[in-house]
Design a protein around this ligand. Structure first.
Ligand code: ITT
Length: 192
């Protein structure tokens, strides 16, 4: 099956390609197709907006991810607004802003959420969700991954997500879990 990966985030593309290799799908990039504005208030809504818009414009199956980090001490912020946290425009600036917001805060608990939507040109959609709980460090560690990975140590681990390979992050991570559920549903063809 031909599937357009409807994201402009290179880190997501790497993780999605690595995880779905075994399905034998032909994964294609956006090739200049625009993504719609994320006007939803949930990951599910925003992932569906992105996947449905690309499925309709390309007439192909489209896969989108909407994700974010929810910080306990910030009442769940930034959540669906993680890509625009504090109005900062780069991963580095957002990480510095998050550290600033958490200065002198001892409760460092946080949770990553990833929602994957597969949309078909006929309007059908499938939704898969994965979560990962952990704690936020007081400074970044590691060069791999993207976004808030250098600050986040998953529960039960000593390394940050940015100190793990793509395969290691997939095995325990939020996006890996959502993609795992998608793969289980498609093992013997598309779910009916
Ligand atoms: P697309 O909409 O083009 O897919 P985006 O980066 O704008 O890309 P989102 O709106 O879903 O995607 O924003 C999610 C943000 O949450 C992302 O930019 C990161 O800052 C953060 N994020 C999501 N998943 C992450 C992960 O696995 N590791 C680190 N940060 C992550």
């Amino acid at each position: 099956m031909r599937v357009v990966v409807a994201t402009g985030n290179a880190g997501k593309v790497r993780e999605i390609r690595e995880a779905l290799g075994g399905l034998g799908w032909q994964l294609e990039g956006l090739n200049g197709f625009p993504l719609p504005e994320e006007t939803g208030s949930t990951y599910e809504e925003n992932a569906a907006l992105k996947a449905c818009s690309v499925a309709m414009t390309t007439r192909a199956v489209a896969l989108a991810d909407d994700s974010g980090i929810e910080v306990q001490a910030l009442g769940g912020e930034p959540g669906v607004y993680s890509a625009r946290f504090g109005g900062r425009s780069s991963d580095l600036e957002r990480n510095l802003y998050l550290l600033e917001r958490l200065r002198n805060v001892t409760d460092r608990r946080a949770k990553f959420v990833s929602v994957i939507v597969l949309a078909y040109p006929d309007g059908r959609i499938e939704t898969y969700r994965g979560e990962l709980t952990g704690t936020l460090l007081e400074g970044p560690r590691g060069e791999q991954g993207f976004g808030y990975d250098p600050l986040f140590v998953p529960d039960g681990e000593t390394r940050t997500l940015a100190e793990m390979s793509v395969a290691e992050k997939r095995a325990i991570g939020h996006r890996g879990r959502a993609l795992e559920a998608l793969m289980a549903a498609h093992e013997h063809g598309a779910p009916s």
